[in-house]
Ligand binder design. Structure first.
Ligand code: NAD
Length: 497
């Protein structure tokens, strides 16, 4: 009988009331590994009620106690990350080394959250007026909702919930229904670390569950990561219901290669950033913009490296795994015919790949298009698969204009040995995260993650100082302790004297 994955509410597995389910596949075999429950609005209500009940006690728990639990969670996660990596590989398909990399980047945010007592400190100004002091407090919001995508089932939730919880909030996480087990595993681990029941809950589901969170009167904030159309919808709906919202969307990331670049370094970077995690990364490089005259040489170097990539079951030590579902694989593969129709050169066709895995897996090998037109859907769409496009330009200025014309602004990179050119690029490019000879410039946890334009709705980035600000509300207190010399009536607006 196929296993059914339950929600995690109040510190334990919970079946709730809805019996709707969705299949969860092992993408390397194509088999249904389990089914996941899909919550109804009533199930979301129940989870929010549990979180609301847990919030006051957690908010009032001392910082010292909260930090002890966060430290224990960090230790357990670090010790047992191999178990989590296996879950990621089994449901997402990414290879083990990549799964461990994802967890390490998530752990980084847990470690950052360990600084919460310092990071959430207020400020104090003494005697701003005679006998009057002003100080600020950072207080938790209450119940916060987190809605995450399939491509980082551990790291993206970890961008948010460690900070939300360490700051004293209660959380309802709605992970992707395509690879939901990592969320339950992390919730169980947090309980083992000593987190009180109800502070961190997982509700599985689809649009119905998401919509219930977006409009719920007891949910104070929404952190969302996913595709651009859904991010826009989340931002608009949750904002209209009075919530604080950060909604990170899709991407189309360009890598600009100047003629003076180290072309071996650039080719390595393009292959790593284009095909790692089968291109299912919001910071994947999907377009290499080659400034002539180096395009022929760069394409040859990329093609040569691609021929050495081993595609297969992530458990078998391959370089690249399958795509998340059959439908997604077919959609990504459909761009290969489209590229040819639109006049691009199909240099490597991933449909011909040799796979170290079962034939029924959702495979597509690394694919390379050259001379892609900016009018082609291949260029305009976020394909989100192992597909790299080359666009040839005559100058830095032409490349920059192309990047700045994109409706997305998540990540970009420049490859050059010219510091002046790199500095000019970092100043002129209209993108939120920039790499200089670094292809996937995901900022470390002490900075913040987020793009510009259609890659982020709302102005609050994830983690770092922005994350602390997002999950806390500042309160300014003006205080005067009674001094007999300050009596009397005065209806004027308060002034400093
Ligand atoms: P998605 O938008 O399909 O799903 C994201 C979440 O939204 C899931 O939890 C899903 O259940 C929910 N959802 C889906 N359709 C919905 C609807 N109609 N109404 C309400 N909720 C809905 O994204 P995905 O396919 O899971 O993930 C890939 C996308 O996420 C890519 O576009 C990628 O670029 C983006 N992404 C962005 C970042 C970033 O930081 N900017 C990071 C990771 C992924």
């Amino acid at each position: 009988m196929t296993i059914v994955l339950n929600h995690w509410i109040g510190g334990a597995e919970s079946a709730a009331t809805s019996t709707r389910t969705a299949p969860v596949y092992n993408p390397a075999t194509g088999a249904v590994a389990k089914n996941v429950l899909l919550a109804s609005a009533a199930d979301v209500d129940a989870a929010v009620a549990v979180a609301s009940a847990a919030f006051p006690g957690w908010r009032d728990t001392s910082q010292a106690r909260r930090q002890t639990i966060m430290f224990a969670f960090r230790e357990l996660l670090n010790e047992r990350k191999g178990e989590l990596a296996n879950i990621l590989t089994a449901e997402h398909g990414k290879v083990t080394s990549d799964a461990l990399g994802e967890i390490t980047r998530g752990l980084e945010v847990v470690e950052f959250a360990l600084g919460m007592p310092h990071l959430s400190k207020g400020e104090y100004s003494e005697n701003v007026s005679t006998g009057v002091d002003v100080y600020t407090l950072r207080q938790p919001l209450g119940v916060v909702g987190i809605i995450s995508p399939f491509n980082f089932p551990a790291m993206v939730p970890l961008w948010f919930f460690p900070l939300a919880v360490a700051a004293g909030n209660a959380v309802v996480l709605k992970p992707s229904e395509k690879d939901p087990s990592a969320a339950n595993w992390m919730a169980a681990l947090f309980t083992e670390a000593g987190l009180p029941d109800g502070v961190f809950n997982v509700v599985h589901g689809d649009k119905e569950a998401v919509d219930a969170l977006l409009v719920h009167p007891d949910v104070q904030a929404i952190s969302f990561v996913g595709s651009t159309p859904i991010a826009r919808y989340i931002y608009e709906t949750a904002s209209a219901h009075g919530k604080r919202v950060q909604a990170l969307g899709g991407a189309k990331n360009h890598m600009l290669v100047l003629p003076d670049a180290d072309l071996d370094l650039a080719a390595d970077a393009a292959v790593n950033a284009g095909f790692g995690s089968a291109g299912e990364r919001c910071m994947a490089i999907s377009v290499v913009v080659a400034v002539e005259p180096v395009a022929d040489e760069l394409v040859a170097k990329i093609t040569e490296r691609m021929s050495g990539l081993r595609v297969g079951d992530g458990m078998r030590g391959c370089d690249m795994g399958p795509l998340i579902t059959e439908a997604h694989r077919d959609k990504v593969a459909s761009y290969i015919d489209l590229a040819a129709t639109d006049g691009a050169d199909v240099v490597v066709d991933g449909r011909n790949v040799d796979v170290d895995g079962e034939a029924s897996g959702f495979w597509l090998g690394p694919t390379l298009f050259d001379r892609v037109s900016v009018e082609s859907k291949v260029y305009m769409d976020e394909i989100f698969g192992p597909v790299l496009s080359i666009i040839r330009v005559a100058s830095y200025a032409e490349g920059l204009a192309l990047i700045n014309a994109s409706p997305y602004g998540n990540g970009t990179a420049i490859f050059t040995n010219d510091g002046g050119a790199a500095r000019r690029f970092q100043n002129e490019v209209q993108v939120g995260m920039v790499g200089i000879n670094v292809p996937i410039p995901v900022p470390v946890a002490s900075h913040s993650f987020g793009g510009w334009k259609n890659s982020l709705f709302g102005d609050a980035k994830a983690y770092g100082a922005a994350g602390i600000a997002f999950f806390t509300r500042e309160k300014a207190v003006t205080s005067r302790w009674l001094d007999p010399s300050h009596g009397g009536i005065n209806l004027g607006f308060p002034q400093h004297d």
